[in-house]
Write a protein that binds this ligand. Sequence first.
Ligand code: SF4
Length: 297
Amino acid sequence: MPPVLDDHLRRALAERLRYYHELGIYDFYRRQPQVAVESAASADETAEPARLLTSQPELREEMPARHSAVVAAVAEENIFDVLTPKPEYGVADPKAALKLIREDLGDCTRCKLHKQGRKQIVFGVGNPRADLMFVGEGPGADEDAQGEPFVGRAGQLLNNMIKAMGLRREEIYIANVVKCRPPGNRTPERDECETCSPFLMRQIAVIKPKVVVALGAVAAKNLLAFNAPMAELRGRFYDFLPAGARSNDPSWQGAKLVVTYHPAFLLRDPRQKGEAWKDLQMVMKYLGLEPPKRAAE
Ligand code: SF4
């Protein structure tokens, strides 16, 4: 008999898996989905357990095939980019260039998230000349309602993190991998990320930050185009160039990228705040930032 999960249990399981992913625990699933893929390919009629596994993005994301698929998609995007100039190319003013990207996005229907209950597109907010960018996963309910990333409880915590770094929210730029709210705050699926993230890459190429902070595993995975546990991803700088996007400024040789926990995860597990602070201190040192006096006392 194939296993049957009711909706409540399925949602609870998905939430639990997401929590483990944020902690960097992936190994439970590595082998099982691999077997599931093989059985799905070889025996459609008898592969119900495989379908059950592969229909859940939180499980599917750790399949070995995903890694190569993401890398391949980025490579293709680079090729198409050479052939297709973007409207913002040649526009020196980053504010004007971001406006052109927003116009190009339009009332976007490029992926299925456009018809899954979004109220509006959440493009990104902040200083078009920011040295520091934060990139999250996707809008939640508050962000969908207000049209701005990180405005709910997680946004409040992000604001506190920014303040602790001696910065103001207006000085940095904040965006997400996908610009429309996934229904029920589920993890954005691979095709949604691949369709939407080229716009994020173009935003990064226009802003030319010195540092990009990926908030959580989904952002890290999509920006870096590879998959690893948070414990491995954190604690180091990556050289980052936005895939498939070109900067107008030949002197900009890309940004440093740092991975830390998503604020929503830190709300669920405040014990990890100290670890996130270590990541941010790394960024502060690189950018020459001092914590404000009150935070240092
Ligand atoms: S998530 Fe991105 S690609 Fe998908 S509909 Fe929204 S703006 Fe378009």
